[in-house]
Design a binder for this molecule. Structure first.
Ligand code: GDP
Ligand code: MG
Length: 439
């Protein structure tokens, strides 16, 4: 993927004490190819490379002690600029309610986003009202009602016999009467951009004059997502883009091109089907992620809100001093599990994408129960010093836990891998867990 390719390019540069102009040119050629392969818009790539080259000359890379790092830093900063620089926030009207209109093709994730955004706003003490403006897709109204029900947010609907324009107008009116400070209007999408779709959403726009028009695009479609954004923007003034399905196998093209092509900032990133899998889009974090620096900030934020600080500290100390036992392992699994799917966590950690494919790192609920059974079948001594668990002990543990020898072996291997991984992780957090060392 893009990250691996860029890591290779910069890995070569970093090792060098001096960079010739040829070194820089060669690196830029490779960066260019990597970006094109990641489905970044051709013109965006061209401008990007030109800017980086210009800065690289200006920064007198050759004279620096660590020229490779200077180049990486320039690329990092330009990536951030490319995605809009700072974080673009959701609009907030001085005269509530703030009206948010969702636009996008069918299946992009509009209805899901409407629910997610409502949950996010609710957690910030807002009182959103959802409006069911998709009267065409079977069960679209029901889908929104279910989402609203899940989080206890009201959903306004007039069924599928009233025009979406009328539904939107009445929804806004109701919000004013009820004192809802945000109105999120879900709309219909089509498989492709067509006139009827555009006409309808333009009419809704004219009728309610939204403060925010969010275009929802599927990041997995790469440049196609950017083309969709461009067409929508030409017809309907967008105020923000939301990238969905960033949890999937996206190549990064959409995230890197949307702002440059449309001038519209990305405001949110959706990373899964669950209602809480929505993040504010941070260009700096995304840039770090793309460069394989890991998204330590997101990870730390997640960890802070989910991990028991005292326990984590204790575990961290044990890990450093090699006191880490199987009891700790179980606890660690619990803590890590609270952070969310391990796959996503690994994506955020520098250098961790390599072990992602490793089956030893697949953690699921059932497996946790079996793991627990295995650990409980160990003697105290075995838990403390897994090294003593020889073949006959493994057989006994397998029988005792109702699992198999293979499973016991796998767990012991996993334990070792986990220890290694946590060592790497705590290493990154600084020698005494004082926070990240930075870039
Ligand atoms: P709409 O037609 O634009 O309203 O799209 P929906 O909200 O109905 O979403 C279409 C499908 O995409 C549903 O199955 C959603 O669960 C799924 N979906 C939406 N957002 C995401 C996301 O961020 N990640 C993943 N994996 N699936 C998503
Ligand atoms: Mg929908």
């Amino acid at each position: 993927g893009l990250t691996t390719r860029l890591q290779n390019v910069f890995g070569k540069l970093r090792g060098k004490g001096k960079l010739s102009e040829d070194d820089v040119n060669e690196a830029m050629r490779e960066v260019r190819l990597a970006l094109l392969e990641a489905d970044v818009n051709f013109k965006v790539v061209k401008d990007f490379i030109a800017k980086v080259k210009e800065k690289a000359v200006g920064a007198e890379v050759q004279k620096s002690f660590t020229p490779g790092m200077v180049v990486v830093d320039i690329v990092h900063k330009e990536l951030i600029e490319l995605m809009g620089g700072s974080q673009a926030k959701l609009a907030k009207s001085n005269r509530p309610p703030t009206i948010v209109l969702m636009a996008g093709l069918q299946g992009a994730g509009k209805t899901t986003l409407t629910g997610k955004l409502a949950k996010l706003l609710q957690s910030q003490n807002h009182k959103p009202l959802l409006v069911a403006g998709d009267i065409y897709r079977p069960a679209a109204i029901k889908q929104l009602e279910v989402l609203g029900g899940q989080i206890g947010v009201p959903v306004f609907s007039l069924g599928d016999k009233v025009s979406p324009v009328e539904i939107a107008k009445q929804g806004v009116q109701l919000a004013k009467e009820q004192g809802n400070d945000y109105v999120l209007i879900d709309t219909a999408g089509r498989l492709q951009i067509d006139e009827a779709l555009m006409e309808e959403i333009k009419q809704i726009h004219a009728a309610v004059k939204p403060d925010e028009v969010l275009l929802v695009v599927d990041a997995m479609t790469g440049q196609e997502a950017v083309n969709v954004a461009k067409s929508f923007h030409e017809q309907l003034e967008l105020t923000g883009v939301v990238l969905t399905k960033l949890d999937g196998d996206t190549r990064g093209g959409a995230a890197l091109s949307v702002k440059a092509v449309t001038g519209c900032p990305i405001k949110f990133a959706s990373t899964g089907e669950k209602i809480d899998q929505l993040e504010a889009f941070h260009p700096d974090r995304m840039a770090s992620r793309i460069l394989g620096m890991g998204d330590m900030l997101s990870l730390i934020e997640k960890a802070q809100s989910n991990i028991d600080a005292e326990k984590a500290k204790d575990l961290e100390r044990k890990m450093r001093t090699a006191e880490f036992t199987f009891d700790d392992f179980l606890e660690q699994m619990e803590q890590v599990r609270k952070l969310g799917p391990l796959d996503q966590l690994l994506d955020m950690m520098p250098g961790m994408n390599k072990i992602k494919g490793n089956p030893n790192f697949k953690i699921d609920e059932k497996q946790i129960a079996r793991t627990e059974a295995i650990v409980k079948s160990m003697t105290k001594a075995e838990k403390q010093k897994p090294d003593i668990i020889n073949y006959s002990r493994r057989k006994r543990i397998a029988a005792g836990s109702g699992t198999s020898l293979a499973e016991v072996n796998r767990l012991l291997k996993q334990f070792e891998d986990m220890k290694k991984m946590m060592k790497q992780f705590t290493g990154m957090m600084g020698p005494k867990g004082k926070g990240p060392k930075g870039g």
